[in-house]
Design a protein around this ligand. Structure first.
Ligand code: NAD
Length: 449
């Protein structure tokens, strides 16, 4: 098929490249000249494992191209994806300006029947708005073509996006148009061979499914984070509790890790947007509000632990920080707990020496302070630092040389924001250990003497 993908970010670029990889001809459209220049020069503007190879081979095969010419891209397309951003507005609602601008531009360009697929995460009812926008524009042009609008939310995870796209656990399509459904079934057939992963439903349910999924995942995280705080007070270890709880198949082991709070470009904004949808309907959403409140509190936990340990030595100290991205294998720092921690530490008069394998440049764009030094190696962050905080679970942080850390850090302590380490082992190496909801290494034994 001939496809156009509007918006060449994490979702649009992966979608375009992967759909080209199975034989479609894809034109990716973006209005950001810097991004386009990077892509046209054969480089990838984001860090996403495996994506560079997929893009390179499809550009070479002339199945994938990049342009700012939306009109030409749409005129050649059987199917157009909208994959632009839907950032949060001040009141928490999703900003649909980019989606509706794309819809208008499509309607101004189209010359024959077309299916428009909304891949961006959009509030329930947005596809109807897209349809109405297109309809109004076609009427104004006096053009009699059939443009169907379908919802097809994206469930890929940054850091594993190519694999997620190529091996999806589900493909959700929301449409009441048989022709659109047939076309999308055909498009996704290569990913749907060994079992049917395509779930078709009505448009509104499809839009809602994306929010329901992210809200559920965020809820599990906040639930465990709330329990982690209680576990600490009660002398229980949330890691052991996690194992014991996740063994129940009704609960399962995924997404029940306590940590430094969720971040990223999706969970915070999507839970907010869902809460806003409830508000608009006059419905209270106490659970969704609590999920956010717990997360806001959790993002502060590491700062409280560090300042509780260093007390009046915090101002003027140097904190080594491992990880800036909101999670491993991505350079995305949107809403990253690490950035919030850096800001709090700087505000308290500390200096931060941070390391992240790929997110340094993006972090630097967010926080420009002489007191934030971003170094090239994990090791360099620790030399001359007082304590170490680990906040993103990159693989290279999983087994550090604790004895070296104990001899290097000036006030040897490790703050483990992802519960990566064994508290007893870390302490046996001569460091103080602070995790999230962990039982202290020297907790009382259960034998009465
Ligand atoms: N990032 C994720 O992991 C993820 C996962 C699933 C769903 N989503 C959803 O997908 C959507 C896109 O997310 P993203 O992370 O890829 O965003 P992004 O910010 O990385 O990319 C959006 C791109 O759209 C471009 N754009 C905006 N308006 C445009 C227009 N009118 N014409 C052409 N280009 C335009 C921007 O320049 C930018 O390159 C959002 O709704 C998001 O919630 C994201």
């Amino acid at each position: 098929m001939n496809l156009a993908v509007i918006g060449t970010g994490y979702v649009g670029l992966v979608t375009g490249a992967c759909l080209a990889d199975v034989g479609n001809r894809v034109t990716c459209v973006d209005r950001d000249p810097a991004k386009l220049a990077t892509l046209q020069a054969g480089r990838i503007p984001i860090h996403e494992p495996g994506l560079d190879a997929v893009v390179a081979r499809n550009v070479a095969a002339e199945r994938l191209s990049f342009t700012d010419d939306l009109t030409a891209a749409v005129r050649h397309a059987d199917l157009v994806f909208i994959a632009v951003g839907t950032p949060p507005r001040e009141d928490g609602s999703a900003d649909l300006a980019h989606v509706l601008a794309a819809a208008r531009a499509i309607a101004q360009a189209v010359e024959r029947d077309l299916v428009v697929v909304v891949k961006s995460t959009v509030p329930v009812g947005t596809c109807d708005k897209v349809r109405d926008t297109i309809r109004a524009e076609l009427r104004a042009r006096g053009l009699d073509v059939r443009v169907a609008v379908a919802s097809n939310p994206e469930f890929l995870k940054e850091g594993n996006a190519v694999d997620d796209f190529q091996r999806p656990d589900r493909i959700v399509i929301g449409t009441d148009d048989d022709q659109a459904l047939r076309l999308l079934r055909a498009l996704y057939a290569p990913y749907n061979r060994n079992r049917d992963r395509l779930i078709d439903m009505d448009v509104r349910s499809s839009e809602f499914t994306k929010y329901a999924s992210n809200a559920m995942l965020a809820t599990r995280i906040s639930f465990m984070n709330e329990l982690a705080q209680l576990a600490e007070k009660l002398g229980a270890d949330i890691e052991q509790v996690r194992h014991g709880t996740g063994a129940d198949p009704r609960i399962g082991p995924h997404f029940i890790y306590a940590g430094a709070g969720y971040g990223g470009s999706c969970f915070p904004k999507d839970v907010q947007a869902l809460t806003h949808m409830a508000d608009e309907q006059g419905l209270e959403a106490p659970l969704l509000r609590s999920v956010q409140a717990v997360n806001t509190r959790q993002k502060r936990v590491l700062f409280d632990k560090v300042s509780g340990f260093l007390r009046d030595r915090l101002a003027g100290s140097t904190i080594a920080l491992w990880g800036l991205a909101f999670k491993p294998n991505t350079d995305d720092v949107r809403e990253a707990p690490a950035l919030e921690l850096v800001r709090a530490l700087l505000a308290a008069g500390a200096k931060v020496r941070a390391y992240d394998p790929v997110a340094a440049e993006n972090a630097r764009k967010e926080i420009d302070s002489p007191d934030l030094e971003i170094v090239e190696r994990a090791h360099d962050a620790c030399v001359g630092a007082d304590v170490l905080v680990v906040i993103t679970e990159w693989r290279e942080f999983k087994s550090p040389d604790f004895r070296w850390l104990a001899s290097t850090l000036r006030q040897p302590a490790v703050f483990d924001g992802r519960n990566l380490y064994d508290p007893e082992f870390v302490e046996s190496c001569g460091l103080r250990y602070f995790g999230i909801g962990r039982r202290p290494a020297n907790a009382a034994a259960s034998v009465a003497r």
